[in-house]
Design a protein around this ligand. Structure first.
Ligand SMILES: [Zn+2]
Length: 206
């Protein structure tokens, strides 16, 4: 085994020790009652931005969908494998989660790849990031002195919030007050979470 995997196995044994002491009641309850998460989070795959760690959550608290650059595609019926849309459907329609957070972050490799143009022109990343193609144009319009990459990262969160509303079962729940959408941005260096304010169009500290 590589040293990275050895660390993971050691972590698993620490988890098992806790599981049979303090967390067992929690897991037994979740196994018997099923999950009823507080929130659904669409986050980035980036290993530095784990939604459950950032919010100090316990098992069962968060339903997390992670993909490159925390993007939500528009509601489309074409194609075959809509992983993000399928997970959204399960979380919203089946689990009826009442809060949905799009969690973006600073130093996002997916956003940087989109700005710089990924080297492999036919890669999965470049075709995935095409959905955020308008973000750069919009960021140039609204940057107003802010760093360009940071503005793109935050505009991508706004894009995902807009795309969420193209799903009829999300729009319907939002309009009925059964579901609330949030845009959050994690600044890695400052260790700070910011929240999108629709009234001002700006991201402010939580
Ligand atoms: Zn990222």
């Amino acid at each position: 085994m590589g040293s990275g995997v050895v660390e993971l196995v050691a972590g698993y044994h620490r988890f098992r020790d806790r599981y049979f002491v303090s967390d067992r009641t929690l897991y037994e309850g979740l196994a018997q009652m099923g999950q009823s998460p507080l929130a659904l989070v669409v986050g980035c795959c980036d290993s530095r931005v784990d939604p459950a760690i950032l919010t100090d959550c316990r098992p069962g608290d968060l339903f997390v969908i992670r993909n490159v650059a925390n993007l939500v595609p528009p509601c489309e019926s074409g194609g075959l494998y809509h992983g993000t849309s399928a997970a959204l459907e399960f979380g919203i329609c089946d689990l009826e989660i009442p809060e949905l957070i799009v969690l973006g972050h600073a130093q996002c490799g997916g956003i940087r790849a989109m700005i710089e143009g990924v080297k492999r022109s036919s890669s999965f990343i470049s075709s995935w990031m095409q959905m955020a193609g308008d973000v750069c144009t919009r960021a140039r319009e609204v940057a107003n002195g802010r760093p360009f990459i940071r503005t793109c990262e935050q505009e991508a969160i706004r894009l995902s919030l807009n795309n969420l509303m193209t799903f009829p079962w999300i729009r319907d729940r939002v309009e009925k007050g059964m579901l609330t959408l949030h845009g959050w941005y994690f600044d890695l260096e400052a260790g700070e979470l910011l929240r999108y304010e629709p009234q001002t169009g700006l991201f402010k500290s939580l």
